[in-house]
Design a protein around this ligand. Structure first.
Ligand SMILES: Nc1ncnc2c1ncn2[C@@H]1O[C@H](COP(=O)(O)OP(=O)(O)O)[C@@H](O)[C@H]1O
Ligand SMILES: [Mg+2]
Length: 273
């Protein structure tokens, strides 16, 4: 199981849209069994997959050591019934705030490895449980205990970046964070994804800079700004289910293709170790 964190330090930049859209496309078009772990107490990814509940078990239960991950998953039922893959969601709700505070107070060395260990336990069970191909963490903004846990549990960080000067600051801070973790996570990679792209000169210049001038690793494909994204959220559906052939969905499809390649490489590298 390869692990991806959708993370940047800012809010409102397309993290949840990216997590849910990629999970959906990987499950419905690439036959992947996806585990989506909602790491944001707002629970937007859980909502988009029709699995939000204010008092259900979820990521907080794992963070607090109350439940094993397999007891916290719920199957998303909004996918095309023909889909060969699945999405199981570990939902989040406001209890995650308490969990973050509790883990922060509990100053054992293990406090940053709770999610990593939980996924290791799941992987060890896969022969008689479910063989997940990919785990996707939909992170909150900033770096709380759950997000730090997701970062440490991941092989790849996908960082959505919309157009604008300040967003690049967030990417810089995130890159520094990844570099700081080099001693414990030498293979952790960061890949930027240009989200909410508009068709004008400044956006095209920004995209060109992101790819060729910034020094960051970035997806070739970018995500177009589209009203369909908001409409899908209002309907409580993943974008690729709501707007199967819309422009933004097609963009996410291209990103998913790149991602599948990246995951194969990451998987092969982990296998060699
Ligand atoms: N490609 C896009 N086009 C238009 N609106 C978008 C796009 N991606 C995200 N949004 C909108 O921006 C807001 C924030 O997106 P979201 O994915 O929830 O970001 P985050 O998880 O980073 O807070 C939402 O209202 C969402 O509908
Ligand atoms: Mg979000």
């Amino acid at each position: 199981m390869e692990r991806i964190a959708i993370l940047n330090l800012k809010g409102g930049i397309g993290k949840t849209t990216t997590a849910v859209s990629l999970a959906t496309i990987l499950a419905t078009e690439h036959r992947k069994n996806v585990l989506l772990i909602d790491c944001d107490m707002q629970g937007n990814a859980s909502k988009a997959l029709g699995q939000y509940s204010p008092d259900s078990r979820g990521t907080h239960s794992i963070m607090q050591g109350q439940e094993d991950p397999e007891n916290c998953t719920v199957r998303a039922t909004c996918l095309d019934p023909e889909a060969k893959g699945i999405i199981d969601v570990i939902p989040a709700n406001m209890y995650l705030m308490q969990a973050n505070a509790q883990v922060l107070q509990d100053t054992e060395a293990e406090q940053l490895h709770i999610l990593d260990r939980a996924l290791e336990r799941l992987e060890a069970m896969e022969r008689w449980y479910i063989a997940y191909d990919v785990a996707i963490f939909d992170c909150a903004l900033g770096l709380d205990m759950t997000v730090l846990n997701a970062l440490i549990a991941s092989d790849l960080i996908v960082a959505p970046v919309p157009f604008g000067g300040y967003e690049i600051d967030g990417l810089q801070q995130l890159q520094e964070q990844v570099d700081d973790l080099k001693s414990i996570k030498p293979d952790l990679q960061l890949k930027a994804l240009f989200t909410m792209k508009q068709n004008n000169k400044t956006n095209r210049e920004f995209e060109e800079w992101l790819h060729n001038g910034s020094g960051y690793n970035a997806f070739d494909a970018a995500i177009t700004r589209s009203v369909m994204v908001q409409k899908a959220a209002l309907e409580g559906l993943p974008l690729p289910v709501f707007s199967k052939n819309g422009k933004a969905t097609k963009d996410y499809r291209k990103v998913a293709e790149e991602l599948v390649q990246d995951l194969e490489e990451i998987g092969a590298r982990k296998h060699r170790k």
